[in-house]
Design a protein around this ligand. Structure first.
Ligand code: ASN
Ligand code: ZN
Length: 279
C-alpha cells in the first residue's frame, strides 16, 4: 500500500502462491496440511468485503498463479504481521502470539455490519481484522505497521496478563498495545500516521505517546487523550475510557523510554516483564 515492491513468503501448492508464510522458526510441518490447515504460519485471509457479525461472512485464501503479482492490501497485512512476529521472537524470545508457535492470522477487506466501509481494525480473540477506512481513516488500515502491531499485541496481552477490557485495566490493555506498537514501528512515538485522514486528525496522527493531548485542548477534541491522572475520565463511554485513559500510561512509558538513564532497549524489557510476569 506504499506503492513499493516487497518480497514476501508464500506457500506454493498446485500452481498457486498462497499468502501463507511457513518460513519462520515456528512452522510445524508435521501438523500442517496445505493450504487449509497449516500450523505455525503467518496467514493472510480475504473476507471479500463481508462482516464477521453477519450470516453472509465469507472468507478465502489470498493466492496468485503468477509471480510477481500485485495484491497491495494483502501484501501490507502479511508484511506487517511478519515484522511483528520477528520483533517478539528476537526481542523477547516469544514465539508468536500465544508463545507456542500458534498461527498469526490477518483478515483483510472487512466491512461494518451494515455493509459500510469499516473505519477500524481489531483483534477478536483469534485474529486481526482490517477495514479499509471510511471517514477517520483515508487508507486501508492494513497499510499501517503500528496498527498491525497494536492489534497483534492485544493477542499477546490476552495470552499473558489478560487485562480485563474495562476501566483502568482496560486502559492498561490499550496502553500496552500502543507501547509495543511504537516499539515495533519504531521510527516515532505516534500511532496511525500512515492511515489517518488529516482533515479529521489535524495533528496527522491517531495517538501520540509523547503528547497525548495530540493538538487538542479537551476531551471534546478528536484525538485528545489525558496525559495525567488529574484528567482521568471516569464515565462509561468506550468501556470506561479504555482508548481515552490509555493516554496516561502511554505518556508514562514515553517519559521512561526517553529518559537518558533508561532508553528504549531497557524500557521494552521492563514493560514485557511487567506484562508477562507481574500484571
Ligand atoms: N482499534 C480498536 C482497538 O484495537 C478497536 C476496538 O476498540 N474495538 O482497540
Ligand atoms: Zn486496541
Amino acid at each position: 500500500l506504499f506503492g513499493i515492491s516487497r518480497q514476501i513468503n508464500t506457500y506454493e501448492s498446485g500452481g498457486n502462491f498462497f499468502y501463507i508464510d511457513a518460513a519462520r522458526g515456528m512452522f510445524n510441518p508435521v501438523r500442517s496440511t496445505f493450504p487449509d490447515d497449516p500450523t505455525g504460519v503467518i496467514w493472510t485471509i480475504d473476507a471479500f468485503d463481508t462482516a464477521p457479525q453477519n450470516d453472509d461472512f465469507e472468507i478465502g485464501h489470498v493466492a496468485s498463479s503468477t509471480n510477481p503479482f500485485q495484491r497491495p492490501i494483502a501484501t501490507s497485512a502479511h508484511w506487517n504481521a511478519g515484522i511483528a512476529y520477528r520483533y517478539y521472537e528476537q526481542t523477547f524470545d516469544r514465539t508468536s502470539i500465544d508463545g507456542q508457535g500458534g498461527n498469526i492470522v490477518s483478515m483483510i477487506n472487512i466491512v461494518d455490519e451494515d455493509g459500510s466501509a469499516l473505519d477500524n481494525a481489531f483483534w477478536n480473540g483469534a485474529a486481526m481484522f482490517y477495514g479499509n477506512g471510511n471517514r477517520e481513516f483515508s487508507q486501508p488500515l492494513a497499510r499501517s505497521l503500528d496498527v498491525a502491531a497494536h492489534e497483534m499485541t492485544h493477542g499477546v496481552i490476552e495470552e499473558t496478563a489478560n487485562l480485563e477490557y474495562l476501566n483502568e485495566s482496560g486502559a492498561l490493555n490499550e496502553s500496552f498495545a500502543d507501547v509495543f506498537a511504537v516499539l515495533i514501528d519504531n521510527a516515532n512515538y505516534t500511532l496511525g500516521e500512515s492511515v489517518v485522514n488529516p482533515s479529521i486528525f489535524r495533528s496527522g496522527v491517531l495517538r501520540d505517546l509523547g503528547n497525548p493531548n495530540n493538538g487538542g485542548n479537551s476531551l471534546a477534541d478528536i484525538g485528545y487523550q489525558p496525559d495525567h491522572v488529574n484528567e482521568q475520565y471516569r464515565g462509561s463511554e468506550d468501556n470506561g475510557g479504555v482508548h481515552i485513559n490509555s493516554g496516561i500510561p502511554n505518556h508514562a512509558f514515553y517519559l521512561f523510554a526517553t529518559n537518558s538513564n533508561v532508553g528504549r532497549q531497557k524500557a521494552e524489557q521492563v514493560y514485557y516483564r511487567a506484562l508477562t510476569e507481574y500484571l
